[in-house]
Design a protein around this ligand. Structure first.
Ligand SMILES: Cc1cc2nc3c(=O)[nH]c(=O)nc-3n(C[C@H](O)[C@H](O)[C@H](O)COP(=O)(O)OP(=O)(O)OC[C@H]3O[C@@H](n4cnc5c(N)ncnc54)[C@H](O)[C@@H]3O)c2cc1C
Length: 808
């Protein structure tokens, strides 16, 4: 075994081998994979080998498509058969709600280049002869479904990597990982030590244990998973003989089942409700090629449905039940990327669909390691979407919930209950008493809307029980004054003698003067967005940044990776150390004036001013800015004072009829101002010009900010896309995000978010289209629940287009 390597990949399952292959293909050949046993000694060997392109996240779906297309290449490169059978498949709906969901999947497929087609149950039965069409209301055909040989694929990756110069060391167990003072990693094995610049944790079933070697508690948990294989079935033989083809795949969402042909019989797997975690605290090192004890009682309810939906199963025997463990992150998507605070330590784990996702994970990670960027929008699988709050007990609750809901519909207004409440702010019970309906962001409870007694969310794809109540919250803001909790923002404090110069380099905006704020886009080297913040200059106190709450870990990883090594800049994520409240609406200033001794007149405290002031008795930092697009204030307050500030504001607002508003009303309000947000409109694949943030980029400032050259090029060349707001002729449902935008009879763009703008009484969608059609006002259509609705570009904001309210 070599003693030095550029990269050590730990784990020879499908994921580790894919990472190794991609690193070598990308030109890093001084790379070695260490496997404690034979390759495929974790979950990989007993997988059912199914592969498919669809995923709830369109960006993950793209990487799944990449993975499936890769198999031919690695087979050719390695000479190792992968056993790929591209049978195609049917996705089945037994309820109308499921069919609505499937129509959304078909629609997304249009701009992802995934060939999906809605078909009738009868047509589905003609393609997949074992299903009973009477049990279903609709189906979708997917030509890119199939299955493969898990071991063949893993070995093909490994052989192809070796041919490119990578090394594989089997029976080499990593026992410890130690960071040297010079930043290199000592990877200590039972056969000696390798010193490496980079370490990749692709430990699969043992990813947690490998993480612990560097003091990391990764949010992954293994679950038991069962599938059965039947005896040979005459129906299968007859179909094979008649058509010369295999029986195609089927996913029966309402039965929570997946099926495919296995030799002369069928394989049927299920994600059962009564699921069972495996090795909750510590994966045994001596586990390898054994299977777990099957428990037919646990899967019996699913099988019962399966036997009804696929009657031929009633006449056949079960040859074998496989039960094996594999790992999940709390939301079921992989954990990929560099780990904050551990330079050179990377993860590629929690991959629950290794044969659909392994290639994409390897591609993204190798790009990231070599180019410094994953090369795609992989937020949905970025390890930084979780923070320390996602501990073992939380992960356990969430993974169990996710497993049990693997095939369940999640409606756009549906909040999932497991692992909650975890983080709450001091006003939680006060808001609950006023009917707050809670959602969650980065582990923190956030009020979505306020329900009168007896009213709750009715889960639906369409406008629902909250509609008229959210309309009232919006009206409270636009007609008088509203108060909302905004603690879920990420807040950062930047101090030190080098702070100003550092921020000038990190952020693309011009730095504001003392007592002022500005909107601050942050770019990567390639000129694409990596953040958008409000930056406040607090004078001698330092600098304050507020940004997307879900991206706190993501942004801290970026900030810390760019800190100067001389200690001249200090950045702290304030998290729960700072709570937030906001007031907005034409009466907001009068409310603030009543509770503060500061002069908050427009002249003394204009738009984008920031100052410390007491609200009642509570010391606060107040900024005159509002995401509602109205006159408004964001108020930052230490948690021990948040109740006092809240009570002072509510009491002062009483005479103006102050109302509480939640994030759904806030969404309705911001849509009227064409305001975007991180994670929706602003993502790391869009440039500031494309995203309409160019007006906040100080292209001419002296500082050589990160991404300046690329941003200038974007401005010169015009980029490819434009973000636009559309008014949609919607009837009873509004866009959620990821719907296709049609123009001239073809899908030309996609929706990033939207909803109903209650004040303007318009259904609004926001999304990207090619710049060539971005100046057309008419002729667009947006596909919603299987139907295309006419849409028009709304260039000027629907509300306060002249900024009189906001700045007045
Ligand atoms: C019953 C079942 C059915 C499944 N069906 C499908 C399916 O149809 N389609 C699909 O896509 N996925 C399926 N999966 C999931 C799939 O198996 C996993 O997504 C995939 O195997 C994950 O691969 P991995 O490389 O991340 O992890 P693993 O396969 O667990 O590999 C990790 C490797 O790391 C090695 N290792 C760990 N720690 C160390 C160390 N300290 N030193 C050296 N080596 C170490 C282990 O020995 C192991 O070989 C199924 C899983 C099960 C259990």
């Amino acid at each position: 075994m070599k003693s030095h390597a550029k990269v050590v990949v730990i784990g020879g399952g499908v994921v580790g081998c894919s990472v190794l292959f991609h690193l070598a293909r990308h030109g890093w050949t001084d790379v070695v994979l260490l496997e404690r046993d034979e390759l495929t000694s974790g979950s990989t060997w007993h997988a059912a080998g199914g592969m498919h392109t669809i995923n709830g996240d369109p960006n993950v779906a793209k990487l799944q498509k990449y993975t499936i297309n890769l198999y031919k290449e690695i087979e050719e490169l390695s000479g190792q058969a992968t056993g790929v059978h591209l049978t195609g498949g049917v996705l089945l709906a037994a309820t109308e709600a499921r069919l609505d969901w499937l129509r959304g999947v078909v629609a997304k497929g249009r701009y992802l280049g995934i060939d999906l087609e809605e078909i009738s149950p009868k047509e589905a039965a003609e393609l997949m002869p074992l299903l009973d069409p009477k049990q279903f209301v609709g189906a979708v055909r997917n030509k890119e479904d199939g299955h493969l040989d898990p071991s063949g694929v893993t070995h093909a990756y490994a052989k192809a990597a070796r041919k490119l110069g990578a090394e594989v060391e089997r029976f080499t167990k990593v026992e410890d990982i130690v960071r040297r003072p010079d930043g290199l990693w000592r990877v200590i094995t039972n056969k000696g030590e390798v010193v490496a610049e980079h370490v990749v944790n692709a430990g699969g079933l043992w990813a947690r244990e490998v993480g612990r070697m560097v003091g990391l508690e990764l949010p992954v948990l293994a679950m038991e998973h069962m599938y059965l294989i039947t005896e040979d079935m005459p129906e299968v033989a007859a179909w094979n003989a008649r058509t010369g083809e295999e029986i195609m795949h089927a996913v029966d969402f309402d039965g929570e089942l997946y099926l495919r042909q296995e030799r002369g019989g069928m394989l049927m797997g299920t994600y059962e409700k009564a699921n069972k975690p495996w090795s909750e605290f510590q994966t045994p090192w001596n586990f390898g090629h054994e299977l777990l004890e099957p428990d037919i009682d646990r899967i019996a309810p699913s099988l019962e449905v399966g036997f009804r939906h696929f009657p031929a199963f009633q006449n056949t025997g079960i040859k074998q039940i496989i039960n094996g463990p594999f790992t999940f992150a709390p939301d079921g998507n992989p954990l990929v990327g560099p780990v904050r605070g551990l330079p050179g330590f990377w993860v590629a784990c929690g991959v629950m669909a290794g044969f659909s996702q392994g290639g994409g994970v390897g591609l993204a990670l190798s790009n990231w390691m070599i180019e410094g960027d994953p090369g795609a929008d992989i937020w949905a699988m970025d390890v930084a979407r979780y923070g320390d709050w996602a501990g073992m007990a939380y992960t356990n609750a969430k993974v169990r919930e996710n497993y049990s809901r693997r095939f369940s519909i999640r409606f756009p207004n549906e909040e999932l209950p497991a692992g909650r409440p975890l983080k709450t702010t001091p006003v939680y019970d006060l808001l609950s008493a006023r009917g707050a309906q809670w959602g969650v962001a980065y582990g923190l409870e956030v009020p979505l809307w306020y329900a009168p007694a007896g009213v709750r969310d009715e889960f639906s794809w369409r406008r629902s029980s909250d509609f008229s109540h959210v309309a009232k919250e919006v009206a409270a803001v636009r007609d008088g004054v509203g108060l909302s909790e905004i603690s879920s923002f990420a807040k950062y404090k930047v101090t030190g003698e080098g702070a100003a110069a550092w921020l000038d380099r990190m952020l693309a905006c011009r730095l504001p003067k003392s007592g002022r704020m500005t909107l601050a886009p942050m770019l990567k080297e390639d000129g694409k967005l990596i953040g958008d913040f409000t930056l406040a200059n607090l004078g001698p106190e330092g600098w304050f940044l507020a940004g997307s709450g879900i991206a706190e870990q993501y942004h801290m990883r970026w900030f810390e990776a760019h800190l100067p090594g001389d200690g001249s800049v200090h950045i702290e994520a304030l998290g729960a150390k700072l709570s937030g409240l906001a007031i907005a609406g034409p009466k907001a200033r009068e409310v603030l004036a009543k509770v503060s001794r500061a002069d908050v007149s427009n002249a003394a405290f204009p738009f984008m001013a920031v100052a410390r002031m007491d609200i009642g008795m509570a010391p606060c930092l107040v900024g005159r800015v509002s995401y509602t697009g109205d006159l408004g204030y964001e108020i930052w307050v230490a948690p021990e004072y948040q109740r006092a500030a809240y009570q002072a504001l509510m009491a002062a607002g009483e005479e103006f009829g102050i109302g509480l508003f939640g994030s759904r009303a806030l969404n309705a309000l911001r849509l009227e101002k064409n305001y975007g947000s991180w994670g929706r409109e602003y993502r790391p694949i869009y440039g500031p010009l494309e995203a309409g943030l160019d007006r906040f980029v100080a292209y001419g400032k002296d500082a050589d900010f990160i991404g300046k050259t690329a941003a200038l090029a974007e401005r010169r060349e015009g980029g490819k896309l434009r973000l636009r707001a559309f008014i949609v002729d919607a009837v009873d449902a509004d866009v959620i995000g990821d719907e296709p935008i049609w123009f001239g009879g073809a899908v030309r763009g996609w929706v990033t978010s939207g909803g109903y703008a209650h004040h303007s009484k318009k259904s609004v969608a926001v999304g990207y289209v090619p710049k060539e059609i971005a100046e057309e006002s008419d002729g667009f259509e947006i596909e919603l629940l299987g139907r295309r609705h006419a849409a028009r570009i709304q260039a000027a904001p629907l509300f306060d287009a002249n900024f009189e309210r906001m700045r007045g």
